[in-house]
Design a protein around this ligand. Structure first.
Ligand SMILES: Nc1ncnc2c1ncn2[C@@H]1O[C@H](COP(=O)(O)OP(=O)(O)OP(=O)(O)O)[C@@H](O)[C@H]1O
Ligand SMILES: [Mg+2]
Length: 272
């Protein structure tokens, strides 16, 4: 089983679009996938048509210790489950403030879940922050994918993000690796985008070989800016259901092929 947190504390860089379409596309390719929405905005849930109403249990109850992941997941397509979130999750940071081992809750829940439910992929859509929710995600997974929008400030937040992964690696999860960077909202033909990608490549090459991001790949496929990707969430559909012939669908399909190729290449840190 591969466990992947899609993370960047910067807002609006393509975390949810990547998590949802990656999960949906992998499921369509026959992988058993559970997408965990770990963002109080609940965008990933809505994107896959899960409208969290009144009494519907969410990831909040799992983190509060009241339910298991198996209790709260929904099947939304063949091979695809979603663990939803809503705004209630915003309170968890404060509620867990005095709980010991609060960083380990999701890890423990996931381990229990994986035993009862054979899955190939768990994908976690992280919120745009480096708080307790993101730390829980980083503690629970083996892999991090970082979506990046290639503009002038793109690399600025990156050192903070990588520092956080390094800290989690030291304290909580020795197996954690940043395995991929996904360039999102890519404007073809702009000089700036290629400059940012070149800077990032140099930075990764120059890294200490023990750093958790030392072997991170920048996916060959860049996800182009495509209006269909922005429209799909309001229809509660992945890009593959909403507009399978769009450039957005092509790009995510190609990313998925790269993600699957990592399995064959044996470059994937396998979870137990
Ligand atoms: N390749 C793309 N082309 C066009 N629009 C896109 C693309 N990727 C994402 N978007 C749109 O850009 C906005 C931000 O994307 P998304 O919600 O995936 O980012 P995010 O990092 O999850 O944001 P947040 O930090 O708020 O969780 C959304 O409206 C989304 O539909
Ligand atoms: Mg999001």
């Amino acid at each position: 089983m591969r466990t992947i947190a899609v993370m960047n504390q910067k807002g609006g860089v393509g975390k949810t679009t990547t998590s949802v379409n990656l999960a949906a596309g992998l499921a369509a390719r026959g992988r058993k996938v559970c997408l965990i929405d770990l963002d109080p905005q609940g965008h990933a849930s809505m994107h896959l048509g899960v409208d969290v109403t009144g009494s519907m249990p969410t990831i909040y109850q799992v983190l509060a210790g009241e339910k298991t992941l198996a209790d709260v997941r929904h099947m939304v397509a063949p091979n695809l489950w979603v663990v939803p979130a809503n705004i209630e999750l915003a309170a968890i940071e404060m509620e867990l403030a005095n709980v010991s081992d609060r960083e380990l809750i999701l890890r423990d829940a996931l381990q229990q879940f994986a035993k009862s439910q054979p899955l190939d992929y768990i994908v976690i859509d992280c919120p745009p922050s480096l708080g307790v929710l993101t730390i829980n995600a980083l503690t629970a997974v083996k892999e991090v994918f970082i979506p990046l929008q290639p503009h002038f400030f793109a690399l600025q937040g990156l050192s903070k993000l990588l520092e956080t992964t390094a800290r989690v690696t030291r304290r909580l999860n020795r197996d954690l690796k940043v395995s991929g960077v996904v360039i999102c909202l890519f404007e073809t033909g702009t000089r700036l985008a290629s400059d940012v990608i070149a800077d990032l490549t140099n930075f990764l090459r120059a890294s200490d070989s023990n750093a958790p991001w030392a072997n991170a790949r920048i996916f060959q496929t860049k996800v182009r800016r495509n209006i269909k990707l922005a429209e799909a969430p309001s229809f509660g559909q992945s890009i593959f259901d909403y507009e399978p012939k769009s450039a957005g669908a092509q790009d995510y399909l190609s990313i998925i092929e790269e993600v699957i190729a990592m399995e064959a290449a044996g470059s994937v840190p396998q979870a137990a």
